[in-house]
Write a protein that binds this ligand. Structure first.
Ligand code: HEM
Length: 454
């Protein structure tokens, strides 16, 4: 029998102690978001160091744009990710961030993203064949397949070709790294400075070294041998790109940290958007049929390309709605450099800001039917009308650099698979939204998959 609402995690009903918070943070960060974040503009936790959860569009505009220099990236995020990603674009602030953003932005310009569409189409075709094979022997966990296809895409657009890089080994290393990184410690929570070594970092050291070695080898080989016979990938583009202001180019270490950042920031998030979209379409067979009708009308049975994306508005709306209900980056953080006032709340240097995107997207004052799956809402509403109340990719100068890349690949994959297969939810296998670093469908997204033109 159909459930009334798609699955959602429990919010915290009252204040939590530090130890309770730590327990939730390690098991499911979403459980520390208080119920009141769905109705208030800002919720403050008065334990030291204090933090403030902000869910009001005007206040968020101040944090993310108007007073952005006062709110650098969160210390916890830096402590967790720096050992692997260095001071890459994701973690740097101020001038080191500015020059990396200036230098990498051109490679995510619309014409480049469109040119990367061929890689997305090829990887989609491969995963479609694999799903067809797996479907013959029982239900399929689409979360695995979505992770595979988005990894193939990002690995091929960052380090294409086979020189120096073992894609499978790298995927395993990245999985090991993100898994261990998610294990936030009490030291992180209590804002113990970054230079104090965390036990998890020590365990992680070997994985990180291996990951760095792989990436550096691929970069060095490319510098030496070039990429004569293949279309340019992100590594080629970044090797050629210089900072438009200073003329400076990236060193091997800077290239390594940024390319690994693209792989890590760009594959799991997109896999999650797609996995949750499939969950929602299993939950709502009528909307699945509507989406399939659109996909088949545009594609027939061929694989979607970048040029098809603008002709698939309903598929796009499903992605937009999946990103609203299950934003992969559900909670992002900022530090506070100088005292400031947010609405009626004074915030002080040394405290923390949390942006619970998950709660913002279900805020009672901002959304009609906030917990319902209604992709149609995106057919009438443009993202630009929802600035700072819809933040799947953040906003302001630190907005996700890969947003249009992610939308393009998600639409290509979802439309192609919907045109070729019917998906039916497996009873008693509802995934649970669990956030460690990103919001994952714990238990997997299991579907009975039926090929349509067999
Ligand atoms: C559905 C997929 C994706 C989601 C939901 C997502 C979400 C986000 C969010 C919320 C931020 C802002 C974080 C903050 O303000 O603290 C961000 C930043 C970033 N994302 Fe994404 N992302 C996705 C895909 C990608 C892809 C495909 C790439 C690269 C190929 C990418 C690379 C980055 C980078 C480099 C940043 C940091 C930008 C900066 O600080 O200047 N992301 N992403």
């Amino acid at each position: 029998m159909r459930q009334r609402l798609p699955v959602k995690p429990a919010f915290a009903r009252g204040p939590l102690t530090t130890l309770q918070t730590l327990k939730h943070v390690r098991k499911n960060v979403l459980n520390i978001i208080p119920q009141t974040a769905l109705s208030e503009k800002i919720v403050t936790d008065h334990k030291r160091p204090r933090w403030h959860m902000v869910t009001d569009p005007d206040l968020l505009r101040r944090v993310l744009k108007d007073n952005v220099d006062n709110y650098p990236k969160s210390l916890v995020m830096k402590a967790l990710l720096r050992p692997g990603l260095g001071n890459s674009i994701l973690l740097a602030d101020g001038a080191p961030w500015r020059w990396q953003r200036r230098t990498t932005a051109p490679v995510f310009a619309p014409n480049y993203v469109r040119a990367l569409g061929q890689t997305m189409t090829t990887a989609t075709d491969q995963i479609s064949r694999k799903i067809a094979r797996k479907a013959a022997s029982g239900p399929v966990n689409l979360y695995d397949d979505m992770t595979e296809v988005t990894f193939d895409i990002i690995a091929n657009v960052t380090f294409s070709g086979d020189e120096g890089l073992d894609g499978k080994a790298m995927h395993q290393l990245i999985n090991d790294y993100t898994y261990s990184v998610g294990k936030l410690s009490l030291m992180d929570l209590m804002a113990v400075p970054e230079w104090v070594p965390r036990p998890s970092h020590l365990l992680n050291r070997r994985t990180i070294k291996a990951l760095h070695r792989q990436a550096e080898r691929a970069i060095d080989l490319r510098r030496e041998l070039g990429n004569a016979n293949r279309p340019d990938d992100l590594l080629d583009l970044l090797l050629r790109t210089e900072d438009p202001k200073s003329g400076r180019r990236m060193t091997t270490k800077e290239l390594r940290d940024n390319l690994l950042t693209f792989v890590i920031a760009g594959h799991e998030t997109s896999a999650l958007a797609l996995s949750w979209a499939f969950y929602l379409l299993g939950f709502d067979p009528e909307r699945q049929a509507k989406a399939r009708a659109e996909a088949q009308a545009v594609l027939g049975t061929r694989t979607a390309t970048a040029d098809d994306v603008e002709n698939l508005p309903y598929i796009r709306a499903i992605i937009d709605e999946a990103l609203r209900l299950y934003p992969p980056a559900s909670l992002v953080g900022r530090a506070i450099l100088r005292d400031d006032v947010l609405g009626d709340t004074k915030v002080f240097a040394g405290e923390a800001i949390m942006i619970p995107i998950f709660a913002l997207h279900r805020h009672r004052e901002l959304w009609d039917a906030p917990d319902d799956f209604v992709p149609e809402r995106w057919l009438q509403t443009k993202w630009s009308e929802r600035r700072y109340s819809y933040l799947p990719f953040g906003d302001g100068p630190r907005v996700c650099i890969g947003a249009s890349f992610a939308i393009q690949e998600s639409v290509i994959v979802l439309a192609t698979l919907l045109a070729r297969f019917a998906f039916e939810a497996v009873p008693d296998k509802t995934p649970e939204p669990v956030m460690i670093l990103t919001m994952r469908p714990s238990g997997g997204v299991w579907m009975k998959v039926t090929p349509l033109n067999a």
